[in-house]
Design a protein around this ligand. Structure first.
Ligand SMILES: *Cc1c(COP(=O)(O)O)cnc(C)c1O
Length: 808
């Protein structure tokens, strides 16, 4: 740690000289970033070692959060703030002629995730460490993270994200902790002393090498670990292959095929894809992770594996890592020699599971043939779990063949990962109240009947340290000036702001902060999109992955409608609006990519039409990512959370906006419902169908989108625009969108909710004119956002699911 500004400056200059052979006068921002990153990482090393040692020596129960995605974003600011060195470093760099904020910009995001699910994992790690809880991440060190999005001529173009190009300052490679993961081959069964033994033969070996990243708690001396696994080929293979000279090229090919296992993140966060490589990735993660946990447990805790559930928790983030179940069984049975009954009891008490979706197309299933070939022993174990479980079902529901086959783990030649997760875990949670209710009463109701005690809700959260303290320092200081700083450790205490919601002096200060944040974002927009936006306009923002159910289409339809009104009647009195979009579409998701093109097409028409007189602006910010989200959230006035009710499990973007004083314009879906319960209906703009109404329309099949098109002239005009020639791209560019609504009957009820959405926007427009009202709403939202801190969520996981305790 640096004890003074002078100490920092001396150390810093010295390091710059020895590592980069540069003097401070020649140093670039990037040099400063690298040097500073190294120093900060080294400074947390002692606490990191001490934390690990403490957990082991006190035999504390530890939890491992397995996730195929960790959307970490940047770490320099968090690590500096959390290690309590912000002022010294900021001041020291200033004296050396550098601006710390510019240095942050040098860091490449660690984009090892697609969206909400991956960002949740990152927020959870921050909360675990900040609450002094023994919980760590276990993931894959993808060589390429989520693609970088460019917008060219209005279209999304994907570029590879080679984030490791300039070595990653936060990681520590640990080759001594490498483990072997085995693929393919066959299983020999031999009977020894009347006991069957399973010998895996003729397999391919992949070396899993861990790279550890410290997870620094907020000013508390706790440093947990995010362990990311990288796939490498084994050295012995080299000798084997090079015994024949011609095989050298085969060897290189083989080596490449192995390294591909941690090669790239699948850029598709919700739909099933039948890729063998994806299955390899999943098994690679779980096998490496579980092997290393068991090794450590035996070395530091106990030789008695029956104790495992008392000391180790394995949590799976959605079903992607569900193979932890058969992998743990395999190790306990084949390597540790336990009986099936003991292994099963241990496994069931160790694993807990979070479900993230109700979209049926996103429920993971793997073909039996694929699993059998790639993971022969794992398949045998899954089959046995299924057989024993089906026998239990038979006892409960004799002769009910249909019911049993519907509930089975294996059926129709596929393994149903969610079923495996429910049967073999002790806890199944949804991520918002409504989502958990839908799981219990609809999606998983038969499982709920079987295991009611397993089901529970844990409403998602976000770390208020990153999403308020770090990204909106002026608002954070204003809050601290007003109610003191206890809210930083106890975010619920933000409710103390409620009594200031109508205080005009406080309102004016909040408005001033928002204005400055909007000016900053406006400069970013000018620089990146070349568009001048009015900072007195309402910044109305929808940023999230592009997906039909998230209904960016509803938003852009409404904008086209506003454009129609204004071009017919340019003097109409509306509050100026800047509509801001951002989000990536999966590269193979044709429909989502068309929506991006449509938003950009509308933007080019609207932004340059003189009749509009700058009352409307449309901006699509490219490459939505954590670091971009950090620039957007503090500047938003309106948070668009407009998914078709019942489809968005929770959402976390909604919470980030709320915490920064934006007001939600949303449907009663996911955590929007809990947000509305906290702030009250006067402090949120709600519209649209409710979840029950949506589900009823689906089951009764009474919805006719074309009827609405025929009756509502506004909608007809909007849709006809898609087939006309006003929009760049011409007549056939948007026909797929047009037909998805009219021929495919508008699966997500865009037309059905259109009228109600327009009314809600009308109310936004009117309310914004009354700034006192608006600011009181905004402050009320900030005041209630503490409930949505991931500290609350993690506290609940810790006590209600994992049974772990803080070290201090
Ligand atoms: C928070 C976040 C998300 C999730 O947003 P939703 O609106 O909940 O879908 C996705 N991507 C990034 C980069 C985020 O920071």
């Amino acid at each position: 740690m640096f004890c003074s500004i002078e100490d920092f400056k001396t150390t810093f200059k010295k390091r710059l000289e020895t590592k980069l052979s540069k003097s401070i006068n020649d140093a670039t921002n990037n040099d400063v970033y690298k040097t500073l990153g190294q120093l900060v990482r080294e400074n947390v090393s002692k606490n990191w070692i001490d934390t690990t040692t403490y957990y082991q020596e006190n035999k504390q129960k530890q939890v491992y959060y397995f996730s195929m995605e960790f959307l970490m974003g940047r770490l320099l600011q968090t690590n500096i703030e959390n290690s309590g060195q912000f002022l010294i470093i900021k001041e020291g760099l200033k004296e050396l002629g550098f601006n710390l904020e510019n240095i942050f910009e040098e860091e490449h995001d660690a984009g090892l995730g697609n969206g909400g699910l991956g960002r949740l994992a990152a927020c959870f790690l921050d909360s675990l460490a900040s609450l002094n809880l023994p919980g760590h991440g276990c993931g894959i060190r993808y060589k390429y993270g989520l693609f970088e999005q460019k917008i060219i001529n209005g279209y999304q173009v994907e570029l590879p994200d080679y984030w490791l190009q300039e070595s990653y300052v936060w990681e520590v490679r640990r080759p001594d902790r490498a483990v072997e993961v085995k693929f393919g081959g066959y299983v020999d069964m031999v009977e020894v002393d009347e006991k069957l033994q399973f010998h895996h033969k003729n397999y391919d070996t992949v070396l899993a090498v861990p790279y550890d990243v410290p997870v620094v708690g907020y000013q508390n001396e706790t440093v947990n670990t995010l362990r990311l696994w990288s796939a490498e080929s084994c050295r012995e293979d080299f000798n084997f292959f090079t015994s024949n000279k011609n095989d050298y090229y085969h060897f290189l090919q083989y080596k490449r095929s192995i390294e591909d296992i941690s090669g790239f993140l699948y850029p598709d966060d919700s739909t099933y894809d039948g890729k063998l490589l994806r299955l390899k990735q999943q098994y690679f993660l779980v096998s490496a992770g579980i092997q290393s946990i068991i090794k450590q447990f035996k070395a530091k805790y106990s030789a008695d594996l029956l104790q495992l559930p008392e000391k180790i928790g394995v949590h799976i983030n959605d079903t992607h890592p569900v193979l932890v179940i058969p992998e743990l069984m395999r190790i306990l049975l084949d390597e540790e020699g336990l009986s099936w009954e003991d292994a099963w009891r241990i496994t069931k008490r160790t694993v807990s599971f979070t479900n993230h979706t109700t979209l049926s197309e996103a429920l993971e299933k793997w073909p039996v043939t694929m699993v059998k070939e790639l993971l022969p022993r794992i398949f045998m174990i899954v089959e046995e779990i299924n057989e024993r479980y089906c026998r239990e079902l038979w006892d409960l529901y004799p002769y009910e063949w249909n019911k049993i086959s519907a509930l089975a783990i294996i059926g129709n030649g596929e393994i149903r990962m969610a079923h495996l997760a429910i049967v073999a875990s002790y806890s199944v949670n949804g991520v918002a109240k409504i989502h958990t209710e839908i799981l219990k009463t609809k999606e998983m109701k038969d499982f709920y009947k079987l295991y009611p005690q397993k089901f529970n809700n844990k409403t998602n959260g976000i770390t208020h340290r990153r999403w308020l303290l770090n990204v909106n320092p002026d608002l954070a200081s204003l809050i601290t000036e007003t109610i003191g700083n206890r809210w930083i450790a106890h975010p619920k205490e933000l409710t103390n702001l409620i009594k200031y919601s109508k205080d005009t002096a406080f309102q004016e200060k909040v408005a001033q902060v928002k204005r400055m944040n909007k000016e900053k974002l406006a400069r970013y927009i000018k620089e990146h999109n070349g568009i001048t936006v009015d900072t007195n306009s309402i910044f109305d923002v929808q940023v999230k992955r592009l997906h039909a159910y998230k209904r960016q289409l509803l938003n852009i339809f409404h904008i086209i409608h506003l454009y129609h009104i204004l071009s017919e009647n340019p003097n109409i009195d509306i509050t100026p609006r800047t509509f801001i979009f951002g989000g990536k579409a999966a590269p193979g998701y044709h429909f989502a990519k068309k929506i991006i093109k449509l938003i950009n097409a509308v933007a080019t028409v609207v932004n340059k039409d003189p009749r509009i007189q700058n009352k409307l602006k449309v901006v699509f910010l490219e490459n939505y990512s954590v670091s971009l989200a950090e620039k957007i959230m503090p500047a938003a006035d309106v948070s668009e959370q407009i998914s078709t009710a019942s489809k968005e499990a929770s959402g976390t973007g909604n919470m980030k906006f709320m915490m920064n004083g934006a007001i939600t314009l949303g449907t009663l879906d996911g955590a929007n419902i809990e947000i509305s319960e906290c702030v009250g209906n006067d402090n949120i703009f709600l519209f649209g169908l409710k979840a029950e109404e949506v589900l009823k329309l689906y089951s009764e099949k009474t919805y006719r989108a074309r009827d609405i098109y025929n009756i509502d002239f506004r909608i007809k005009k909007v849709l006809d625009e898609l087939m006309g020639n006003h929009l760049p791209g011409g007549e056939s560019e948007f026909k797929d969108i047009y037909y998805s609504i009219l021929s495919n009957n508008d699966e997500y009820f865009v037309l059905k909710d259109f009228d109600s959405y327009c009314e809600a926007h009308e109310l936004v427009d009117q309310t914004y004119r009354d700034q006192q009202k608006w600011l009181s709403m905004s402050i009320t939202n900030i005041a209630h956002s503490g409930k949505f801190s991931s500290d609350r969520t993690i506290q609940q996981y810790a006590t209600e699911i994992w049974g772990i305790r803080p070290r201090f």
